[in-house]
Design a protein around this ligand. Structure first.
Ligand code: SF4
Length: 403
């Protein structure tokens, strides 16, 4: 597996696959054709179906338009075989002759791939020799070490500086989001809720306050994402509220040190990495179970580690976080990362805290392993009809169109 830095990418929302990935692809193509007289960009499949709501065209135009005119062609019914989020960049010279046509895929979490190359931008090395949870769990039990120590051994000491930047960006997003009021961009005219949830939560006693606060933190980050704010993918933009909400809540309520929060982030990143390596974290490929479901698994493991869980209990918490999101579809209304995405982050943050408690009541022994759930998630995702995979045509998205 590659570095967990690819799970935690810092950038602007609202979508890692629809804005971060296409923006990076546009930058790469521009660097090869700075003299082009015009560009044509064809968006296929899910990228075209929900691209307008996700601001894909804006992300591409912002990069290319300062250099040459851009024509965007939308092909939502055409799915290229390699991945549902496909785009073809074409550059033309002064004689209007095609100089290059480049097809590239936004495979989730901001990463790019070509058909014959697994990942193309800033290719990083395979630094983890083990990629299955069962192997890493055995390593932990044999060595007496924890998951975060495995991350440290594979990544090196400089991972802590990177995770410190990640943590700071997450905290900034929460604190900014809690201050913002008003309506989110887009035709839904959806009001931000984080500030209201936060102030109301503080009026309740212990248990309701705790739940209300964690909701407010997740809403704050997801609302920042929906308005194009700076966030960290964890593992994607659409699911970026879950991990920060849980960690910020535990930091505030239990006074965990930053050092321990960074170790929890390391373990959460490892969980996301295992899923990315063995299945997918792309809503267009496997539905929302791969985005919010994985975020919940990451946050569940992080919380369990903070409360002193054993390697087996942490694995169980992660498994619970993902298992109970199996089958969850991706059906963003109007193609925006707002309904159901924002509330879904708040629910998943609360579920992660429950998964932590549930696992803490056990000795970590359980039937369905995390690896098995990852396998099932992948198969379930492939079995889902494409209208439930970020095309904006099924589920809630369809109902809204009929209203
Ligand atoms: S429904 Fe889930 S997978 Fe789909 S855009 Fe929203 S957060 Fe992402």
């Amino acid at each position: 597996m590659k570095t967990i830095k690819e799970i935690y990418r810092i950038g602007n929302g609202p979508s890692s696959s629809h804005t971060m990935g296409p923006k990076k692809a546009a930058e790469m193509f521009l660097s090869r054709h700075p003299e082009a007289k015009r560009f044509k960009v064809t968006l296929y499949g899910s990228l075209a179906a929900t691209g307008k709501g996700h601001l894909t065209d804006t992300a591409i135009n912002n990069v290319l338009e300062p250099y040459a005119p851009v024509e965007i062609v939308w092909q939502p019914k055409v799915f290229l075989p390699f991945h549902p989020n496909a785009m073809t960049f074409a550059a033309y010279n002064e004689k209007d002759k095609l100089t290059e046509s480049w097809t590239v895929y936004s495979i989730g979490g901001g990463a790019l791939a070509e058909k014959d190359k697994e990942q193309i931008e800033s290719p990083s090395d395979e630094i983890y020799s083990m990629s299955k949870m069962s192997e890493i769990l055995c390593w932990c039990e044999r060595s007496g070490k924890s998951y975060w120590e495995y991350v440290k051994e594979c990544e090196g000491e400089d991972i802590w500086d990177y995770l410190a930047t990640v943590w700071q960006t997450m905290k900034d997003a929460i604190e900014r989001g809690l201050e913002q009021e008003g309506v989110l961009p887009g035709p839904l005219n959806l009001r931000r809720k984080a500030a209201t949830y936060h102030i109301r939560a503080t009026g309740y006693k212990e248990s309701l306050r705790s739940r209300g606060l964690v909701f407010s933190y997740a809403l704050a980050v997801s609302e920042e994402n929906a308005s194009g704010g700076r966030i960290v993918t964890a593992p994607t933009c659409g699911s970026c509220g879950v991990v920060p909400a849980v960690l910020y809540h535990l930091k505030k309520s239990r006074d965990f040190s930053d050092t321990r929060i960074l170790r929890a982030l390391a373990t959460a990143g490892l969980i996301g990495n295992i899923v990315k390596n063995n299945a997918s974290i792309s809503g267009a490929e496997v539905g929302c179970q791969g985005e919010v479901g994985v975020a919940c698994a990451m946050a569940s493991a992080a919380a369990n580690q903070l409360f002193g869980g054993s390697a087996a209990q942490i694995e169980y918490a992660a498994e619970m976080g993902l298992e109970h999101h199996l089958g969850m579809t991706c059906d963003p209304v109007c193609g925006l990362v707002q309904i159901p995405c924002i509330e879904r982050n708040a629910y998943a943050a609360a579920r992660a805290l429950d998964a932590n408690i549930y696992s803490s009541f056990t000795d970590g022994t359980h039937r369905v392993s995390f690896d098995k759930v990852v396998e099932v998630m992948k198969q379930t995702g492939h079995d889902l009809p494409s209208l439930y995979k970020e095309t904006g045509e099924g589920g809630l998205a369809k109902d809204y169109q009929q209203m």
